[in-house]
Design a protein around this ligand. Structure first.
Ligand code: HEM
Length: 134
């Protein structure tokens, strides 16, 4: 199976098991980085968090598909988020959080093949649009 098919299959399985993983992703992110939660104080209805996560998933699927949109999203997000005091490494943590939630939901169905596909995808997202990228 191609890397992109593995990523899509992971996300589909997560959706079948728990529906929208949004709450788990933000809960895990804020548990590991409590100061990130403070930044969303104005997001009283969760709309910004929902839009942000939609963009995050667009990046994940875009990398899997080899599209240009992750680079564009990430270049914009790194500049925008610098304004919230977040480094490029901080911005990247949400992608790792998505992977960690998927891995926990899949539990014993998380395979070595999935692990490798997500690892490669995360590496690509980390370096995309940066000077140290491929
Ligand atoms: C741990 C990582 C991240 C944190 C802590 C974070 C934090 C934030 C904050 C504080 C806001 C604005 C909240 C407000 O205006 O009230 C925001 C908005 C946004 N973020 Fe992030 N961000 C992260 C990663 C990302 C990534 C990786 C992307 C996309 C590649 C992204 C895309 C966006 C977008 C598109 C918005 C605007 C949403 C809207 O206004 O509806 N963020 N983010």
């Amino acid at each position: 199976m191609s890397r992109s098919a593995i990523i899509v299959e992971t996300l589909e399985t997560v959706a079948e098991r728990i529906g929208d993983p949004k709450d788990q992703i933000y809960a895990r992110l804020f548990a590991a980085h409590p100061h990130f939660e403070d930044l969303f104080v104005m997001d009283t209805d969760g709309g910004v968090r929902a839009n942000m996560l939609a963009t995050v998933f667009d990046c994940i699927l875009g990398v899997a598909d080899g599209s240009e949109s992750p680079r564009l999203h990430l270049e914009a997000a790194r500049v925008q988020h610098d304004g919230y005091g977040l480094s490029a490494a901080d911005v990247h943590t949400i992608f790792e959080t998505v992977r960690d939630v998927c891995r926990d939901v899949l539990n014993e169905d998380w395979s070595a093949e999935m692990d490798a596909a997500w690892d490669a995808m995360l590496n690509e997202l980390r370096t995309i649009g940066t000077d140290f990228g491929a």
